[in-house]
Structure formats: structure tokens, C-alpha cells
Design a protein around this ligand. Structure first.
Ligand code: UD1
Length: 446
């Protein structure tokens, strides 16, 4: 793609994104509480698995078919990024076909990367397949600085030469070579990037202290379905046997991404907070073991099945002490929602955030609804109150927004939740799903 074509693409992308998402950017949710949720809700495919798996199609020289890709802003962004490189994306009913047979450039532009950090995942597959990649540095985001040093260290171990120039990661290599890489921290994104890079490397790659999140396991399952040999995904020791691109083979069946454990946790907590009875289905409860055990210890009444959790009506829960940690520990992505619940339990709770340095932005907004939280460093002391009251509040990031909607559901009176686009990045039709369960939510288009 020439510089002019690239500029044109960028302008077209920004215009179409503005047109497509303009509603989302300005939309507000008006929630009338309190409500008691009842019924069943189907969980969508996991955002955090869908993003790396869509990126992994960059390794495949044939069209790949997916079932039920979730309609999320972040998924739209990653598809646009892939399209900017020449990938063809076709929708057929509930199926999405992603064809990366021919790419015309290996450049990930700032305009697309800055809106979503996961875009940096294209680095590994591009380097592995083409020996060259130019990817904008994602920069910080609201919840923390979020550097990519571990991704780059790993790529260098595989033989890539990397320079940072004008805000871009410029990487090249003749051919990546398998290596043993020990991660200083089990970064989810770095583990995914390195797995993808290792697929087309020469020889075997071992990733030590790898992240163990279920979404990594799903990425490995997707690659295994293409004929890749991977062992140990879901553990801290992952082995990827490099292969030639010609050995990859198109699977007969469309791929379906796992259910979203974070969305499921959000609905489970919503049901508990509203003292309701809700069957949350279409995900693997084993992916939420720590969260479910914590909720049960706090007094929640849960029936846990193979692919569902039934929340039964329970008395007011008790406080707890939690600390976020890499999987299988308590997920940072459920911390804000848990704090919403802790705001209305009996007694005090303590939450310590160890993954991101600035992930308490929901606290002042929740305070506007009557929650009592005191922050000290990376810990929060939450004093349970009897009731919350509706208020105008503003979303600051994805999971903080989820916490606000949970509080609004049980607060008495009206809450106006602004900047809903944060929520739309990662929750498919959350307002429609909650309305079906009996919540009174109105989306006011911007
Ligand atoms: C992924 C999830 C995100 C989740 C997070 C932690 C996706 C799309 N996003 O994000 O929802 O909250 O895992 O479970 O899957 N770090 C470095 N250097 C690096 C990489 C990471 O210092 O090279 C730090 C980050 O700044 C952060 C911590 O490590 O403080 C965790 O990051 P990481 O596990 O990489 O999370 P993401 O993949 O960005």
C-alpha cells in the first residue's frame, strides 16, 4: 500500500468509524432502579479470545470461518485493522469469513492501534509470515501505562531486530528461529503474540512463565485446528513446534470462540446484587472458579453446572478480602464489578489491585451513588451500605462502566450513565440483555 493509499484508508476508516460508532460515542443509558433480575441470559463469545484469534488468521493463507463473532466495538476495530492490511472480511448470517490469503502491507497504523491496545498482537504473526512489521506503539490507556517491553523482548529472542522509530515498532528478520523465552511477568498479550510468532518460526519455541488465561488456551485450540502443534497452553510452560506455512490446513468446521467469563461474572454479580434468580449460560464456569468460590464464601447461593451458573435468591452477602492476580487468581477484569457488590454487603471488604496501577476510576463515580470506599495506594476499603441512590455518572473504562451499571440497577431512582461507548467496547447488547431480565434501561442515542 502506498503512503497515499494508506492516508486515504486512514481517512476512510475514521469517517466510517465516526458514522458507525457516532451513536455509541454519545449514547447514554438511563437506568430506573431498583430492580430484581429474573430469567436466563446467554453469554456472548469472549472478547479477549476473539481479538487474538482474529489476529491469528494473519498466519493462515486461506479463508477462515467463524461462528457468532460478538458485535463489539473492539471486534470492529480489529477487523478494520486487518482489512487495512488487505484481509477480506465477509459476513454470512451469523458467520464471519476472514481471508488473509493475500496481504498488501504489514503496517498497523497509529489511528487504529491507539484506540485498542490488542492491535499490537499483529506484530508476531506479521513478523513470522513476512519477516517485517511496522506497528504503532499502543501507548498508555486510562487504567495504566501498559508497556509492550515483554512482547519485544520475546520477539528479539526469536531473532527479530527491533527499533522504535517515530512512535512505531519497526521489526524485521530473515526467518524467526525457535527459542526458550522466560517471561518476567505472565503477560496475556505477550504470551499470545509469542505463540503466534512461534507458529511459523524454524524449530521449537518454549515459553516459560506463560500466562494461563483460558483465552490463551482458546487461541491455542484455534491454531491446533489449523494443524499447528502446541502443547501446554493453559499452563505456565507452553511449547510451540514451528512449521512451514504450507503445512497449515483449513479446518472443515467453522471456529466458535469460548463464552466470555468476564461477561458471565458481570451478570452473576448483577443477579446477586438485585436479589434475583438468573441462569447465566453459554460459558465454562471452571474459568471463573476463583470468583465463584469467593461469591459462595460471601454467602451467594449458586448452582454451578457444566456450562451455566444458576444464581438463586440469597440473603445480604458478607464482606470479603480479595487481591487481583494473573489466572487462576482473581481476575482484574472482575475487580470493579466485585467492588460494586461489596458496596452493598454487610460489613467491610478490602480489594487490592496488583495488575494495573490505575484501576480504581469507578470509585469516585460509585461514590456519587452512595458507596463508601476509601483508597490507599493499590488497595480499597469498602464499607458496605444498605442502599444506593441513582445519580448521573460517567464511564471511564470498560469494566468501571460495568460496575456503574450494576450499582444503577439496584440504586433507588434514576441514574444517567454517560460515555456508554466504553461499555460497548466489550459487552454485546448489555442493555438489551438486562432489559430481558427485567431491568428498566433506556438507551438515549447521542
Ligand atoms: C489482557 C486483557 C485485559 C486484562 C489483562 C490482564 C485482552 C485483549 N485484554 O490485557 O482485559 O485486564 O489481560 O488480565 O486480552 N505489561 C508490561 N509489559 C508488557 C506487557 C504487559 O509491563 O510487555 C504489564 C501491563 O502494563 C499490565 C500487566 O503487565 O500492568 C498485565 O498486562 P497483560 O497481561 O499483558 O494484559 P493485556 O494483554 O494488555
Amino acid at each position: 500500500m502506498s503512503i497515499n493509499q494508506r492516508r486515504l484508508f486512514k481517512e476512510e476508516f475514521l469517517q466510517s468509524a465516526q458514522k458507525h460508532f457516532s451513536g455509541w460515542f454519545m449514547d447514554k443509558l438511563i437506568v430506573e432502579g431498583p430492580c430484581t433480575l429474573k430469567g436466563s441470559v446467554q453469554i456472548s463469545s469472549a472478547k479477549n479470545a476473539t481479538l487474538p484469534i482474529l489476529v491469528a488468521t494473519l498466519l493462515c493463507p486461506y479463508p477462515v470461518t467463524f461462528d457468532s463473532i460478538p458485535e463489539l466495538m473492539d471486534v470492529g476495530t480489529i477487523l478494520k485493522l486487518l482489512q487495512s492490511m488487505g484481509v477480506k472480511v465477509t459476513k454470512k448470517g451469523s458467520q464471519t469469513i476472514v481471508d488473509a490469503s493475500h496481504l498488501d502491507n504489514q503496517h498497523a497504523d497509529y489511528a487504529l492501534v491507539k484506540t485498542m491496545r490488542a492491535s499490537v498482537l499483529v506484530l508476531g504473526p506479521l513478523l513470522a509470515r513476512y519477516g517485517v512489521a511496522s506497528v504503532s506503539l499502543p501507548g498508555g490507556c486510562a487504567i495504566g501505562a501498559r508497556p509492550v517491553d515483554i512482547h519485544l523482548m520475546g520477539m528479539e529472542k526469536l531473532g527479530a531486530e527491533i527499533e522504535i522509530e517515530n512512535g512505531y515498532i519497526k521489526a524485521h528478520c530473515k526467518k524467526l528461529k525457535g527459542a526458550t523465552i522466560t517471561l518476567p511477568f505472565p503477560s496475556v498479550g505477550a504470551t499470545e503474540n509469542l505463540i503466534m510468532a512461534a507458529v511459523l518460526a524454524e524449530g521449537t519455541t518454549i515459553i516459560e512463565n506463560a500466562a494461563m488465561e483460558p483465552e490463551i488456551d482458546d487461541l491455542a485450540d484455534f491454531l491446533i485446528a489449523q494443524g499447528v502443534k502446541i502443547e501446554g497452553a493453559g499452563t505456565s510452560h507452553i511449547t510451540v513446534h514451528g512449521m512451514d506455512i504450507k503445512q497449515l490446513k483449513s479446518p472443515a468446521k467453522p471456529y466458535r470462540v469460548i463464552g466470555d467469563r468476564i461477561e458471565a461474572a458481570t451478570f452473576i454479580i448483577a443477579a446477586i446484587m438485585s436479589k434475583g434468580e438468573v441462569r447465566v449460560e453459554g460459558f465454562n464456569p471452571k474459568h471463573l472458579t476463583y470468583v465463584l468460590e469467593t461469591l459462595i464464601k460471601m454467602g451467594a447461593s449458586l448452582e454451578v453446572g457444566e456450562d451455566f451458573v444458576l444464581v438463586k435468591k440469597s440473603q445480604r452477602l458478607k464482606g470479603a478480602i480479595i487481591e487481583t492476580a494473573p489466572y487462576p487468581g482473581f481476575p482484574t477484569d472482575v475487580q470493579a464489578q466485585m467492588m460494586a457488590l461489596m458496596s452493598v454487603v454487610e460489613g467491610n471488604s478490602v480489594v487490592t489491585e496488583t495488575i494495573f496501577e490505575n484501576r480504581f476510576m469507578h470509585v469516585p463515580e460509585m461514590g456519587r451513588m452512595g458507596s463508601k470506599v476509601t483508597l490507599k495506594g493499590n488497595s480499597a476499603l469498602i464499607e458496605g451500605v444498605e442502599d444506593l441512590s441513582g445519580a448521573p455518572v460517567m464511564c471511564t473504562d470498560l469494566r468501571a462502566s460495568a460496575a456503574l451499571i450494576l450499582c444503577a440497577l439496584i440504586a433507588s431512582g434514576e441514574s444517567e450513565i454517560q460515555r456508554v461507548y466504553h461499555l460497548d467496547r466489550g459487552y454485546e447488547k448489555i442493555d438489551e440483555k438486562l432489559t430481558k431480565l427485567g431491568a428498566k434501561i433506556k438507551r438515549v442515542k447521542g
